[in-house]
Design a protein around this ligand. Structure first.
Ligand code: ZN
Length: 352
């Protein structure tokens, strides 16, 4: 089963953090962090519907201008999420430009901005080009369980982590993965086609069994009769954590957030031997990154955000991540019983 999340590190493992994710079978994309975005085409940028920023250090936010420029005159709403004071950062960035002609764009860009101020509490506002991105009312919004965004295709959760400034980690989860049993479709006398997307949407929405579903051959059929044409599997999960110090609070929050992630993107700034340097800069080492992936019981770890000082040591960094990842308990001790605990934990581990 392929993941619904098709990820691409825009600037590779040494450049600014920016993870571009295409949602499979759609023309929609999202971005985790806004490092330099020059490597993305206007078409790729225009596909972006949601942006999740960890924190506003320069290398995570400097790409905002490129996105803004490409998206500016399009009648669309972009969803942005970030840590405490994110509304201020976005607004201040926008107000560094002059918008005296903005009222000509009545249908232009709208930015729906949420900042996470507590584990289950946020603030939200709308910034519109037509208003010159003037700051309007800011509303308190509950974020139960860190849930910052729910879409038909996935949910996004955030956890507040410590980088000597609040820094968000994210987990994206597909609620249910619905596959098509093409043999069953044919056996039912039906052809494969776009109508199956409507069927999936009806199942995802939990519509009643007698809901009529249009089919390409013959009259509509009740949902209950078409359900067996689909196969349901647990949804895919992608976790993204960068710019964090390795201490017990962060470890607990990260491993809860990334628990059993299918793909875990985790920063690996420094070599294992540079733990002091990593701690001083509130970053992770390769071994700490691998340990977090092991403790999270992730299936695949994707280390990134390597420090340029290790430009010639990429293989060594990866080897250190993998070495810690392959230890069931990450080298910290026994896993709790619920986590399983056989040698390979029945998870086929991979590094990319
Ligand atoms: Zn940072």
């Amino acid at each position: 089963m392929g993941s619904v999340f098709l990820g691409k590190l825009v600037n590779g493992v040494f450049g600014d953090p920016a993870l571009y994710i295409t949602l499979r079978h759609t023309r929609e994309a999202l971005l985790l962090d806004l490092g330099q975005l020059d490597a993305l085409s206007p078409r790729e940028l225009l596909a972006v519907r949601a942006i999740y920023v960890t924190h506003c250090h320069l290398d995570h936010f400097i790409g905002f201008d490129r996105l803004l420029r490409v998206a500016l005159a399009r009648p669309r709403r972009l969803r942005l999420t970030g840590p405490a004071r994110f509304i201020h950062h976005v607004h201040a960035r926008l107000q560094s430009y002059v918008w005296n002609l903005a009222d000509r764009f009545e249908e232009g860009l709208e930015l729906d901005v949420t900042e996470v101020v507590a584990p289950d509490q946020g603030r939200r506002t709308l910034l519109r080009l037509a208003d010159g991105f003037a700051l309007g009312p800011i509303h308190d919004v509950p974020l139960p369980g860190g849930l910052v965004h729910t879409t038909p295709r996935y949910t996004a959760r955030a956890a507040i982590l410590d980088h000597n400034t609040p820094c968000l980690g994210y987990a994206l989860e597909e609620p249910v993965h619905l596959g098509v049993r093409s043999d069953a479709v044919q056996a039912a006398g039906l052809s494969i086609g776009p109508w199956l997307s409507d069927l999936k949407a009806a199942v995802r929405a939990g519509l009643p069994d007698d809901t009529p579903i249009p089919v390409p051959q013959g009259p509509p059929r009740p949902l209950a009769a078409l359900r067996p044409l689909l196969v349901q599997r647990p949804g895919q999960k992608l976790a993204y954590v960068t710019d964090v110090i390795f201490h017990p609070d962060n470890v607990a929050r990260i491993t809860a957030l990334a628990h059993r992630a299918d793909v875990f993107y985790v920063e690996s700034s420094f070599r294992a031997a540079d733990a002091d340097r990593a701690r001083q800069r509130f970053h992770l080492t390769s071994a700490q990154a691998g340990t977090l992936a092991a403790l999270s019981q992730a299936r695949t770890v994707v280390p990134f955000h390597f420090s340029p000082r290790h430009e010639d040591e990429e293989d060594a960094l990866r080897a250190e991540v993998l070495s810690a990842f392959m230890q069931v308990d990450g080298g910290l001790g026994e896993l709790p019983p619920a986590a399983g605990g056989t040698k390979n934990n029945r998870i086929k581990k991979k590094i990319i």
